[in-house]
Design a protein around this ligand. Structure first.
Ligand code: FES
Length: 106
């Protein structure tokens, strides 16, 4: 199990416990915990509604691939610590990170 701190759009914060043996990505985990993430593309790095900022632990994450970087480039509110949650496989790399949900709701 790993802990991930999730800050929602209203700045409420919660620590979620996530098993690392379930082969899910972070977008799927956020939806499972009933966070409001549209994920209209289903995890293909095409919609950016799973945009999160990684406030702590960004440097531990695997580097973004071209599809993710291209999509982040289209976001006016993307920051240097932005990632697409669907492109982050849940594993030990994500232990103790802090993310803020930023994806659009429409
Ligand atoms: S779910 Fe669409 S980009 Fe992540």
């Amino acid at each position: 199990m790993i802990n991930i701190t999730v800050i929602d759009r209203d700045d409420s914060s919660a620590v979620i416990e996530v098993p690392t043996d379930i082969n899910l990505n972070l977008m799927e985990v956020l939806k499972a915990y009933e966070y409001d993430v549209l994920a209209t593309c289903g995890g293909l790095a095409l919609c950016a509604t799973c945009h999160v900022q990684v406030l702590e632990g960004f440097d531990k994450l695997p580097e973004a691939q071209d599809a993710e970087l291209d999509m982040l480039d289209t976001l006016p509110d993307a920051a240097s610590d932005s990632r697409l949650a669907c492109q982050l496989k849940v594993n030990e790399n994500l232990a103790d990170i802090t993310i803020k949900i930023r994806g659009a709701l429409q």
